[in-house]
Ligand binder design. Structure first.
Ligand code: GCU
Length: 613
């Protein structure tokens, strides 16, 4: 239909209609959610617990039978009243409950495979305070989500693994309130990730939800790190949302008797440099954390962070100026024992505890940003971290809208987690097809990551090609990376375990290399010969043959075999063996350690695989 041919009268009619829509609270463009650094450090009113829930495969709670957004959608949380001239066909107060934080798939048998919209509702009481802004903090919601408070839309979001915050100051009232969320984990071709993943598409409010109160001018983001230069200079910036001109920010690290007052630059960032004495640098051997206090006007926040430097020198990775070898393992955010999304301190301590038992000083958190509880545990337990943006397999790399989504998720990942000493690598992608659109897409992301955070290293997990028994690392994307990650499955998806003995590597980059994935599947407790697939012996045999090959790669500076623990995956239906689990874990999801666990543990404890220089 040619819009430009509309007569004046119909234009007035449309304007009136739009005003009516806006007044009715739908189609209103809610303000974009914001990123808040250290949100989990702020005093908060938790909204975790049981929420009323309605599974809505046709999204009829939001869309009419002609697929138009409803004005009286379920976000109004209406209650049927005697004499109503219309039926109210939903009631959150009598609806079944879903726990938050948790995926919905592992809460009800009927929802295990469910992909689609689910509604959540929760009542809460609140007393608004003067000069106070209130944010609805969402730890994460997979995949698309919409939020209303007291029937008014407050925000919407796309991306399943990063936290975001919606300003609800104008919507919250004194006394009883309610929040309604619609979460839809439907996969989309133009999504990030896209249609295919080798992990379960757990849906829902799978990380904590709370209300955060802050003064009108408050610290929304901050960056505090140890400068790479000589001596010990702690530097960074603080951004104060709503800062009055002439405002000052105070940065204090009491244990170091370090204090500085920062002045604002024109972008509202307060920059600071503090020379400190007797700093104990953070490292896996001594994960020293310091209390940090930031004050800005009425606002203050306390955090605990470590100070370390990370950089490369030729093919070496230097932690605190010293060459290091990253003895790692890859980890999915699958909860041990109960399965489903990992989201508690206990989940994190169990998973990282197993990694440390293996002799690891490093984990690759795949393939999406993990929960703050995991990152805080890594800081405490002294485990270095590879954190990854879910640019996984074949996204629509030539679609500019998809780039915007990936950039938004990267901004949220880095904005939220930038002060974790444990994180040393930002990974831009995993196993993406080598073509120009892809390379341009990820080079743009890498440039953005470097601008956002010049203190860490940029990497990605690349596919490698082969000529005979030579593995060749010449993916053009390598140019944009500080550290090259490569995935290979010699002995599982290709060739035999012993083929590693005769495999050589040609690496076209004089950069540190991490073998970010290798391994094979084994059903815990299934035994047989070294060449009997799915047995523990076969998996262990793969590992034994890998070590010799890895030691022949001169610039190998780390490894993160696939994978610490078996995890649910929709691509793994082999009955009696996989049962919808990827069985490449060194430990089953029920905590059974497989033979390969001990093969790798021995190599790490005796440091017989890998060299820091
Ligand atoms: C890929 C991919 C993983 C996947 C693994 C596997 O390399 O990166 O996400 O789970 O291989 O096939 O087990």
């Amino acid at each position: 239909m040619k819009l430009f041919s509309l007569r004046p009268l119909s234009r007035i009619f449309i304007a009136l209609f739009c005003t009516a829509l806006l007044a009715a609270g739908i189609a209103e463009a809610a303000p974009a959610p914001i990123v808040i650094t250290g949100a989990d450090r702020r005093p908060a009113i938790s909204l975790d617990g049981e929420w009323g829930s309605i599974v809505d495969p046709y999204f009829s709670g939001l869309f009419s039978f002609h697929h138009q957004e409803k004005s009286n959608g379920w976000f109004l949380n209406q209650k049927a009243k005697p004499g109503d001239p219309f039926p109210t066909e939903y009631d959150f107060s009598t609806a079944p409950k879903l726990r938050v934080p948790s995926d919905w798939n592992t809460q009800r048998e009927s929802l295990l495979f469910y992909e689609g919209p689910v509604w959540y509702e929760r009542d809460f009481t609140y007393q608004p305070k003067q000069h106070t802004r209130i944010f609805l903090h969402i730890g994460a919601a997979n995949y698309r989500s919409w939020f209303w408070v007291n029937g008014q839309k407050v925000c919407e979001h796309e991306g399943g693994y990063t936290s975001f915050n919606c300003d609800v100051t104008a919507q919250v009232r004194s006394g009883s309130n309610f929040v309604v969320a619609a979460v839809d984990n439907t996969r989309h071709e133009d999504g990030v990730p896209t249609l295919e993943t080798d992990w379960w598409n757990y849906g829902g409010l799978h990380r904590s939800v709370s209300l955060i109160e802050v003064p009108e001018a408050f610290i929304d983001q901050y960056d505090v790190h140890l400068s790479r230069g000589a001596g010990s200079v702690i530097e960074g910036w603080v951004h104060v949302e709503g800062a009055q001109s002439g405002a000052k920010v105070e940065v204090e690290i009491p244990e170091l008797k370090a204090k500085a007052t920062a002045e604002a630059d024109k972008t509202g960032h307060f920059l600071f440099h503090i020379k400190v004495e007797d700093l104990e640098r953070w490292s896996p051997e001594s994960p020293k954390l310091y209390k940090l206090i930031l004050r800005a006007g009425e606002d203050s926040i306390e955090d605990t962070i470590g100070f370390r430097t990370i950089e490369t020198r030729g093919t070496q990775i230097l932690l605190n100026g010293k060459p290091i070898f990253l003895r790692g393992v890859s980890v999915h955010a699958e909860a041990p024992y109960r399965t489903g999304r990992a989201n508690t301190d206990k989940d994190a301590e169990t998973l990282l505890g197993w990694a440390k038992e293996l002799g690891c000083n490093f984990v690759r958190l795949a393939h999406y940003p993990h929960d703050e509880s995991m990152l805080r545990a890594a800081d405490r337990m002294g485990v270095l971290v590879w954190s990854e943006n879910p640019v996984y397999w074949a996204l629509q790399f030539d679609n500019p809208k998809v780039l915007v989504k990936a950039e938004q998720q990267l901004d949220e990942e880095i904005g939220t987690s930038r002060n974790h000493a444990a994180i040393i690598l930002w990974s831009m992608a995993n196993e993406t097809p080598s073509n120009e659109a892809r390379t341009n897409f990820i080079e743009t992301l890498a440039g953005r990551a470097r601008a956002l955070d010049p203190t860490r290293l940029i990497t990605a997990a690349l596919l490698v090609r082969a000529e005979g028994h030579t593995k060749i690392v010449d993916d053009a994307l390598g140019k944009a990376l500080d550290v090259i990650g490569v995935n290979e499955y010699i002995g599982w998806y290709e060739q035999h375990p012993e083929s590693a003995d005769i495999t050589e590597w040609r690496i076209d980059y004089q950069k540190p290399l991490i073998v970010s994935e290798f391994g094979g599947g084994a059903k815990a407790g299934l035994h047989g010969g070294d060449n009997d697939r799915w047995t523990e012996e076969y998996q262990a045999n793969i590992y034994r043959h890998q070590f010799g090959m890895l030691n022949r790669i001169p610039q190998l500076r780390g490894m993160s075999p696939w994978v610490l623990m078996d995890f649910r995956s929709p691509n793994r239906p082999l009955a009696g063996i996989q049962d919808e689990f990827n069985r490449k874990g060194l430990i089953s999801e029920q905590g059974q350690k497989k033979q390969a666990f001990f093969v790798l543990q021995k190599a790490y404890k005796e440091k017989t695989v890998g060299r820091p220089e």
